[in-house]
Design a protein around this ligand. Structure first.
Ligand code: GLY
Length: 318
């Protein structure tokens, strides 16, 4: 059995590429890196890699992480600028026994010495988004960019190896140096090849409060199906946050177990995800929670066409 599951529609092309690798006896590390790079490289996705939306200084600071579920090797970069593929740097760092999570200038120096491709990640389109936002009300609360956020994935290869990975530009207009859940092990991602893996998207500050990716893997280890584990973890954290703090940020989670069974849960409307397994062609779903249970629907062709049209529509300065 092999499989790959990812947050958001934006991962669909990447998981299609990854499924070719996995179907041809490829490695879960190579497959997940390929899938995340496809998202990082596509400039019309505003929350990951090239074209990601900038912080309040108009700089694109990126976070990414990689974890190997066989060895628990993990690497991460946070607030890194001017490198094309943060995921590849995170994966390279996962081979280090120490210094495996690097931030900002430290991450950039490492990436430079290792010969990773430099790139100005701020696109003209992202600059227009920035300028338009500056003209809007300054007091507006910043939140995950609607319809997009972190790409987070879990992957299983036919040899039983599992990996998990994330990549994001984080919150649009975040403070310089702000880091969310995505590069934080246990919050943005976690994987154990003997059990399964999970990855998150949404408001990092709230996702971190529940160490939610680890919590889902823990529940799967206790015998829960990935769907039940995601629903329980999301409902529990959503409830706790509302009880203690009055409100909960966006929380959306994907998971896959070591058998290739998968699950997804969210506390928002309109969360999309993409999945492919040895038994299932790459498929995009939309999901919503109804009474603690998530109902997944295959996205219609009309929805898929509209999605791309909206992403690539010409953008003008207001
Ligand atoms: N979930 C992405 C972030 O909060 O940065």
């Amino acid at each position: 059995m092999w499989g790959i599951i990812a947050t958001w529609r934006m991962a669909a092309e990447g998981i299609s590429e990854a499924s070719e690798i996995l179907a041809n006896h490829g490695d879960a590390g190579d497959a997940i890196e390929t899938a995340i790079k496809a998202v990082e490289d596509f400039e019309y996705y505003k929350s990951v890699g090239y074209g990601g939306l900038p912080n309040e200084e108009m700089e694109v600071e990126l976070d990414a992480a990689f974890m190997d579920g066989d060895t628990f090797d993990m690497g991460a970069v946070a607030a890194i600028k001017d490198f094309a593929n943060p995921i590849s740097i995170a994966r390279r760092l996962s081979q280090e026994k120490v210094n495996s999570m690097l931030v900002a200038e430290g991450a950039e120096k490492f990436a430079h010495k290792e010969g990773f491709e430099r790139k100005n990640m701020l696109t003209e389109r992202a600059k227009i988004h920035f300028k338009n936002r500056m003209k809007e009300v300054r007091e507006q609360e910043i939140k995950p960019y609607s319809g997009h956020d972190t790409v987070g994935m879990v992957c299983l290869d036919e040899f039983g190896k599992m990996t998990s990975a994330t990549s994001t530009s984080g919150l649009f207009m975040k403070k310089k140096g702000r880091v969310g859940d995505s590069p934080i092990v246990g919050s943005g991602f976690y994987v154990d090849s003997q059990v399964g893996g999970a990855s998150a998207t949404g408001l990092g500050e709230d996702l971190m409060k529940g160490c939610i990716s680890y919590e889902i893997v823990r529940l799967m280890k206790e015998g829960m199906h990935p769907q039940a584990a995601c629903e329980k973890a999301v409902c529990d954290l959503d409830r706790e946050l509302k009880q203690r703090r009055g409100k909960a940020g966006d929380l959306s989670l994907i998971a896959m177990n070591h058998k290739g069974e998968w699950g997804v849960a969210t506390n928002i409307e309109g969360f999309s995800f993409a999945v492919a397994t040895a038994l299932q062609e790459p498929t995009v779903y939309l999901t919503k929670m109804i009474d603690g249970k998530c109902v997944h629907e295959v996205a219609s062709q009309e929805w898929l066409d509209q999605y791309m049209k909206t992403r690539m529509a010409p953008l003008e300065e207001k």
